[in-house]
Design a protein around this ligand. Structure first.
Ligand code: NAG
Length: 315
């Protein structure tokens, strides 16, 4: 579209967080604390699952993959945000920006694919308890994880290559606090039809299909309880699926609020708040959801600490 007088942009400005100057330190401390909590919480989950052989079951292997992608997901955005807040220099080089977008897409989609694998695991555990170990074989688990990685890597590659084709003209201010697909697309001055089409189709595929698969698993689970209604059955479902259901609600709840609710009068603030929610809050909460009300995780923590002869272990 614009030939000729276009300047090549070598860096962008991330001006996403509308924080008043006098509150900068407060928010810096808050984000740093949240980021450290995310890293620590997810690392503890990964280590516990690695060290304790009681937790070498499909559910927990998927969970440790989920923790790994949560950890990476917030490490893609938070350190840069903290650096910007500290140095007051909001610029990010073009290549860094595309790299950030690539990894953000990889780890964001990974989370949604892993939630599907976990839902399928719960479905098999409740509907076919006797065949659970033969259906959820190590081979199937590894295949599901590898398939998720391959799909998400190609999907992110597609978006990144399409973005790299676009040219950016004078405007290099991104009204966001990390490089995401849609704010970058808005800045570009090239023809964006192909990009928009691909985002629409692929976005539908990677959000709607996992959501439908999860909903189907839970529909089967619920219908299996109602066939033989019993307090024990319902209790069993809540104890095995409760954590997973909470994480799923958190993940899709954010997406649904973001895309389906009527936009507030200040949409930039709303978008920023929601982006904060899924890049900072969700990865931070997942480990707590899984470990706080989970006896297996607490048991594993005690076993691991005792085996390592840590003095404060009283058992
Ligand atoms: C992810 O899952 C696979 C297959 O279940 C498992 O072998 C692997 O250890 C997990 N990776 C991480 C980082 O937890």
């Amino acid at each position: 579209m614009t030939e000729g007088n276009q300047t090549v942009i070598s860096s962008f400005l991330l001006l996403g967080l509308p924080i008043p100057q006098e509150h900068q330190h407060l928010f810096y401390a808050l984000f740093l604390a949240m980021y450290l909590t995310t890293v620590l919480g997810n690392l503890i989950i990964i280590l516990l699952i690695l060290l304790d052989s009681h937790l070498h079951t499909p559910m927990y292997l998927f969970l440790s993959n989920l923790s790994f992608s949560d950890l990476c997901f917030s490490s893609v955005t938070m350190p840069k945000l903290l650096q910007i807040m500290q140095s007051q220099d909001p610029s990010i080089p073009y290549a860094d920006c595309l790299t950030q977008m690539y990894f953000l897409t990889v780890f964001g989609n990974m989370e949604s694919f892993l939630l599907v694998a976990m839902a399928y695991d719960r479905y098999v555990a409740i509907c076919f308890p006797l065949h659970y170990t033969s259906i959820m074989s190590p081979k199937l688990c590894v295949s599901l994880v590898v398939l998720s990685w391959v799909l998400t890597i190609f999907h992110a590659m597609l978006h990144t290559l399409l973005m790299a084709r676009l040219s950016f003209c004078e405007n290099n201010v991104i009204p966001h606090f990390f490089c995401d697909i849609s704010p970058l697309l808005k800045l570009s001055c090239s023809d964006k039809h192909v990009n928009e089409l691909v985002i629409f189709i692929m976005g539908g595929l990677v959000i709607v299909i996992p959501f439908l698969l999860i909903a189907m698993s839970y529909a089967r689970i619920v219908s299996s309880i109602f066939k033989v209604p019993s307090v024990r059955g319902i209790h069993k479902v809540f104890s095995t699926c409760g954590s997973h259901l909470s994480v799923v609600s958190l993940f899709y709840g954010t997406i649904i609020v973001l895309y389906l609710c009527p936009s507030a009068n200040n949409s930039t603030v709303k978008e920023t708040a929601m982006a904060m929610m899924y890049t900072v809050v969700t990865p931070m909460l997942n480990p707590f959801i899984y470990s706080l009300r989970n006896r297996d995780m607490k048991g594993a923590l005690i076993r691991v600490l005792c085996k390592k002869k840590i003095p404060f272990c009283l058992l």
